[in-house]
Design a protein around this ligand. Structure first.
Ligand code: XMP
Ligand code: MG
Length: 184
């Protein structure tokens, strides 16, 4: 599905594929510089971060390894519960490693805040965050995020990994969902 096939469920295209590609290339240069000469472990948060992870990892020149974690804080709705459950833990120990969490979106920040303290307790050499999207107006906790792609308005967005009830993850762009889809 492309922009022309938005259909009735999507309201608008917020960030195009071209804008995402350009932003990830820009972030990759900074991340490469920061971790020069170090082994970097990218930790992707399933499932939303799959697209960001795939594209960011390929934009980096550094050799990286990847691991995945799946957590749940949302169920099928659009509101963070703040209660985080590990559905899939990392495969490997991160003690002494340079870890970069790769996220699709920071909304309330509750999920990430929980992840940072959970992974932080495993004694990594460093622990930082890169997120494609952030909603500053939705923040409930103050978190330091080193690399942010785009600050966006406090609207529910889908595409490029982000879903509504597991749909729309394969859209190549980020779009806003028409309110009737989730309020009806
Ligand atoms: P919090 O509120 O804990 O949320 O920062 C983090 C996770 O919630 C999901 N999320 C969204 N998913 N459109 C989505 O498709 C959105 O607008 C949205 N806001 C939050 C997402 O999985 C994120 O990692
Ligand atoms: Mg996520």
């Amino acid at each position: 599905m492309r922009e022309k096939d938005l259909g009735a469920d999507l309201e608008s295209v917020l960030i195009t594929k071209e804008e995402i590609d350009a932003k990830l290339a820009e972030l990759a240069v900074k991340i490469d510089a920061e971790y020069a000469g170090k082994d970097l472990l990218l930790v992707g948060v399933l499932k939303g971060a799959v697209m960001v992870m795939a594209d960011l990892a390929r934009a980096l020149s550094s050799r990286v390894t990847m691991d995945w974690m799946a957590v749940s804080s949302y169920g099928e709705g659009t509101q963070s519960s703040g209660v985080v459950r590990i559905l899939k833990d990392l495969d490997a120990d991160i003690k002494g490693r340079h870890v970069l969490i790769v996220e699709d979106i920071i909304d309330s920040g509750l999920t990430l805040s929980w992840l940072l303290s959970n992974l932080g307790s495993r004694e990594p050499a460093s622990l930082r965050v890169c997120t494609l999207l952030r909603k500053p107006d939705a923040a409930k906790v103050d978190i330091e995020v080193e690399w942010v792609g785009f600050d966006i308005p406090n609207e529910f967005v889908v595409g490029y990994g982000l879903d509504y009830a597991e749909k729309y993850r394969n859209l190549p762009f980020v779009g806003t969902l028409a309110p009737h889809v989730y309020s009806g």
